[in-house]
Design a protein around this ligand. Structure first.
Ligand code: ZN
Length: 162
């Protein structure tokens, strides 16, 4: 089990919603995702990044693991900020990505309880990044065409060690 990297086609798919209360593989999946995220090390990982097409993400910004099922952004601030983002599926490069500064996210925890998260700044950026993965969207897909070309060129010049 490893983190898939661009241009693996699994990263371009739209993941399916799950029923967290009845998905017998969910705990195992979240455990494996968290392990890979911490080993990388990274601050977020989405299930499609390990080839599992389920709407599940894990994040850890402040030594607290957050696992969300079927996360959905229900509100975004008008205010946006452009900043550099990296991705475990695009090792070695950073891309400038415009994101909403604040988002409200509705999801379910791993037991199927509804959760509502109001996130700002880096946490808001992280949630938007991980949910993008569930829709087959990478940071290079958020860049302008020129930036995208330059980023892919840098990426191809510095292939991952793995
Ligand atoms: Zn990513």
């Amino acid at each position: 089990m490893e983190i898939l990297t661009h241009p693996n086609p699994a990263l371009k798919q739209t993941a399916a919603e799950i029923d967290p209360a009845s998905d017998a593989e969910l705990l195992d999946l979240v455990g494996r995702m968290a392990q890979l995220m911490y080993d990388a090390p990274g601050i977020g990982l989405a299930a499609p990044q390990i080839g599992v097409q389920k709407r599940v993400i894990v994040m850890d910004l402040d030594d607290r693991l957050v696992a969300l099922c079927n996360p959905e952004i229900v509100k975004v601030s008008a205010e946006t900020v452009t900043d550099e983002e990296g991705c475990l599926s695009l090792p070695g490069i950073g891309v400038q990505v415009e994101r909403a500064v604040e988002v409200v996210c509705e999801a379910f925890d791993i037991k199927g309880n509804p959760v509502r998260i109001e996130a700002q700044d880096l946490f808001a950026r992280l949630i938007q990044h991980e949910i993008d993965h569930l829709d087959g969207m990478l940071i290079i897909d958020r860049a302008t065409p020129d930036e995208r070309k330059a980023a892919i060129r840098r990426y191809n010049e510095h292939p991952s060690d793995e």
